[in-house]
Design a protein around this ligand. Sequence first.
Ligand code: WTA
Length: 626
Amino acid sequence: MEGDVYYPSAEVIAQAVLKDWEATAEFARNDLQGFWQKEAEQLEWFEPWEQVLDDSNKPFYKWYVGGKVNITHNAVDRHLKTYRKNKLALIWESEDGKFDRTFSYYSLNREVCRMANIIKAMGIVKGDRVTIYMGRVPEIVFAMLACAKIGAIHSVVFGGFSVDALQGRIADSQSKLVITCDGSLQNGKLVELKRIVDDSLRHCPTVENVIVVKRTAHEVPMEAMRDHWYHDLCALPIANGKCATEVMDAEDPLFILYTSGSTGIPKAIMHTHGGYMVGTYTTLKYVFDISDEDRFWCTADPGWITGHSYIVYGPLLNGATAFMFEGGPSYPYPNRWWQLIERFGISIFYTAPTAIRGLMRFGEAWPNKHDLSSLRLLGSVGEPINPEAWKWFHQVIGKGRCPIMDTWWQTETGAFIITPTPVVPLKPGSGTRPFFGQEAEIVDEEGKPVADGAEGFLVLKNPWPAMMRTIYGDDARYVSAYWTKYPGKYMTGDSARRDADGYYWIIGRVDDVIKVSGHRLGTAEVESALITHPAVAESAAIGLPHEIKGQSIFCYVQLNPGYATSEELSEELRQHVSHHLGPIARPEEVRFIDKLPKTRSGKIMRRVLKARAQGLPEGDVSTLDD
Ligand code: WTA
């Protein structure tokens, strides 16, 4: 093999559930449906499916057609009949480390049932949407599983988003119920989630009830009839620990999750009970080699797809123990994560390149203070990992013993797509090859495959169970955004190249999606936040390379007449975006411009702005208007 290659040790191979990668890949290549049939059979179905895959109406693929199932039944209920009943399902620690909470599968089930009964009592029935806007507390897990249990569709909004983002997502989903917290803690500071909910609901007439989980000690206004403290509801007789699990069709929606696309409002990506369940279960089982003894820690937030699939559903479907931490990597000190790995004996640790780069800066002394010998596998997700960060992670955290699973996937794919398993030789910076049953291709503008080594657009050729089914309420946009440019193939929106060994190297997004510290944001969202400020006539947001964050947001703003450029105004506009869209979207820099460069048809030339912002040559500007 070419380049820098890390082969799995004999010890890793001995432990791996799946030893022969090639044979499994070969089986799935020859019998895609057979592979996914065998995996689905590992889970419990109320009624079996009649057909594994129905591709008669592409790209509206259906999986496990006719099957009856419920993901919560498989993530929780099913374990109660086994020795896992008394095994830990979830361990949680607060940001300040003052308390932790643990839940066996038995007690998790009681919590989920209580929450489910409460949600039902709010008039929520199968198919209704419920918006969940919380910090990283155990109740967010209960809320998601409870919605799934009764057939409601959850729509989780990341707690780092603010008023406009939340309001837009509640309004689009027409949720009747919002579940939130009074506040959340971030680096010791209070984020007033409930206040943001109150502001958002001024324009969301569909919301009838708000459930508020108490997490902080600060006072929040409660609106009579609409707002209810969760602990008060829990004291009512309806909130008992028993609740029947709804029988769902395999293709019934499980959740929607809003994600940024190139243009317009964020898209409501829809996933289902059956296929998503089989996809997250199978990928986690093979890629992270998960078993009963594992304590799996995914550092993402449940508000993103990584948290949905690999904090909540994947680990529980596999009967593992999931660990969730309320805080971030370096508060109060840069050893916070390493301390937790040691204290809880984490065996599999899955995080993001931006966090690794951030922690690298503090030096080896911090991790070296801790016993990290419980670790056996590491993982990375969210953006390409630079080889320097890969090697530090491998050496300093994994002590050269733990393979790194660099998993490429998307909100839309629901589960890992390009990823190694522990027995696959690794190259730092590459997610290796597509998962079983998948085939990827790198194509040019016209859709023709490019030669190995050349850069092109990454497309996927085969359907897979955890694939999105549609954009909720907008089938036409689903087809046009993903399936039209390269007919019959799924367009990922990423550029990549493939090397001579068939390994894929992701380069980045080719659309207007920005990845800031692994968070997926759209330039359009930043621009629509800016335009609500009276000084702004027009703006353009672009993503620029950033040493730690991967990318950072940089904005050019054209002012309305009567406004003068100043440092203060620039800062005010950054604040404005942070307040409206969320602190994660706060621009690194806002610069003023007399006139945005546009093509004759009126399209902003972001390429020119990107070059200008970095002091690089602006290239071909022949299409520029005057
Ligand atoms: C990027 C996150 C390189 C990619 C799961 C993709 C990655 C987008 C990787 C999806 C990786 C994700 N290596 N790039 N291992 N994982 N990406 O929807 O650009 O938040 O299209 O899903 O993240 O972001 P999303």
